[in-house]
Design a protein around this ligand. Sequence first.
Ligand SMILES: [Cu+2]
Length: 88
Amino acid sequence: MLMRNNVFPEEIHVKAGTKVVFVVINESDNDEHSFEFPDFGLTYKVQAGETIRIEWQAPNSKGVWDAGCFLTQPGGVHDGMEGLLIIE
Ligand SMILES: [Cu+2]
């Protein structure tokens, strides 16, 4: 997962019920971002230039959910940085 120039991945596909590892890279020079699945309480901040590794157990139910960076405005999306989490 690459966050660069305030662009968040459009679609993140995972298989239901599996354990997933995300490697999230923030290539921004100055901007802190976050990697979030708000419906699942998953929230990680990623500093500029930082790479983090997230292990996540995907739920068994399939569906489409919000994903994005919601860092600067609580309840809002940071600069269009949103995508979809697709559990299939
Ligand atoms: Cu952001």
